[in-house]
Design a protein around this ligand. Structure first.
Ligand code: PLP
Ligand code: TYF
Length: 397
């Protein structure tokens, strides 16, 4: 029976890594999958994580199941990071948070919750959005629609077009927003634009569904949660998926969270019971290693401070690379002005190249990026900056 299933293509982002690893060119450069890299091109375990792991190794006395919602201290930490310790939704118990296997697990479980609450709901996603949003959200059977977001000609958000499209979103709809560091464009909403979307949500009655996978990678923990906190201040409900893959470097530990903000504490308790019934049908309870580390780091004064410092170092390295890349690209060619890269935030930007140019970069120069010319800025370093810039200059000439 199963042998009749056809062969499917690999994940377009993860598939690139395999091609990169198979390439024997010593000058090869990987600007594909979004993982943070140091100047040496490595993705080391954060020092705060190593120390928390040592503590966990000493103190963990059992591997017995966690409660279905995961490690309670990690859930408190995830909600406090997203909304702020003192936020009214936490104080009034209007938020239910569970730990999930990565941000992906949160998106998938949320999609099931939405399908259960409103089988005819539409989720509006930005054009473009992260490729995985489509399988994660549509596999629960929900209809997806796109709203215009990134204007490739202006290399910025087309906010008027976004707002106009979202006038059509109604009370049974959800609008998926990237809290910060938009994947794949790096173009984020301004505080004023967040306010306008919030007002539109209040007027039209749609529910914001926010994906925050890069908190701390844009401008800082608090700054990057601006939209989340504003919407939680002003709207009766929202859904939030978060991830510790990037900001704690816990990628393979599959550590994320799902929060449901409801109009009342009773509503939040009902949402929690529903979401736990859904996750019981998916995986029963989440893995505990990553979230135990979140719990330890968040609640230890010294490890928390160390984490924030390491996160600042990662963020500042990326901002510095953005500036350097603009300088190198603008001096190696005249066809395009790449200054927009320095205005954008987080791991990704679009170079604005054609698929044919991306293919040439891969085949002739062993410089790897996704077909839409999204680059992982953290893949650039002092040793490859000139090579990458010259290769891009060549395919543009
Ligand atoms: N959302 C976005 C936009 C992402 O880029 C990612 C991946 O890094 C995720 C969610 C989920 O990541 P993970 O499941 O690894 O936590
Ligand atoms: O967009 C990226 O590169 C990251 C990492 O199936 C990623 O979000 C890529 C593909 C995938 C899961 C994570």
């Amino acid at each position: 029976m199963l042998t009749e299933l056809p062969l499917l293509p690999a994940d377009p982002i993860l598939g690139l890594s395999a091609a990169y690893h198979a390439d024997t060119n010593p000058d090869k450069v990987d600007l594909g999958v979004g993982v943070y890299k140091t100047e040496q091109g490595n993705t080391p375990i954060l020092a705060c994580v190593k120390q928390a792991e040592a503590e966990l190794y000493q103190n963990e006395s059992s591997k017995v199941y966690t409660p279905p919602a995961g490690v309670p201290g990690a859930n408190r930490a995830a909600a406090a990071l997203a909304f702020g310790e003192q936020h009214a939704v936490i104080r009034d118990q209007r938020v239910a948070t569970i730990q999930t296997p990565g941000g992906c697990g949160a998106l998938r479980a949320a999609a099931e919750l939405i399908a259960k609450a409103k089988p005819n709901a539409t989720i509006w996603v930005s054009n473009p959005t992260w490729g995985n949003h489509v399988p994660l959200l549509s596999s629960a059977g929900i209809t997806l629609k796109e709203y215009p977001y990134y204007d490739f000609n202006r290399q910025a958000i087309d906010f008027d077009a976004m707002l106009e499209a979202l006038q059509q979103a109604g009370k049974d709809d959800l609008v998926l927003l990237h809290a910060c560091c938009h994947n794949p464009s790096g173009a984020d909403l301004t505080p004023n634009q967040w306010q306008q979307i919030t007002e539109l949500a209040a007027k039209r009655g749609f529910t914001p569904f926010i994906d925050m996978a890069y908190q701390g990678f844009g401008d800082g923990i608090v700054e990057d949660a601006y939209g989340v906190r504003l919407m939680a201040d002003q709207l009766p409900e929202l859904i939030l998926a978060t991830s510790f893959s990037k900001n704690l470097g816990l990628y393979r530990e599959r550590t994320g969270s799902l929060s449901i903000v409801a109009p009342s504490a009773t509503g939040a308790a009902a949402s929690l019971s529903q979401i736990l019934s859904i996750t019981r049908g998916l995986y029963s309870m989440p893995p505990a290693h990553g979230s135990s580390l979140v719990d330890i780091i968040y609640h230890s004064e010294s490890l928390h401070a160390l984490w924030l410092q390491e996160l600042t170092d990662m963020r500042e390295r990326i901002s510095g690379l953005r500036e350097q890349l603009v300088g190198a690209l603008n001096s190696t060619q005249q066809q395009m002005n790449f200054s927009f890269i320095a205005q954008q935030r987080g791991m990704f930007s679009f170079l604005g190249l054609s698929t044919a140019q991306v293919t040439r970069l891969k085949n002739e120069f062993s410089v790897y990026m996704t077909d839409n010319s999204r680059v992982n800025i953290a893949g650039v370093n002092g040793a490859n900056l000139d090579y990458v810039s010259r290769a891009i200059g060549q395919v543009l000439s």
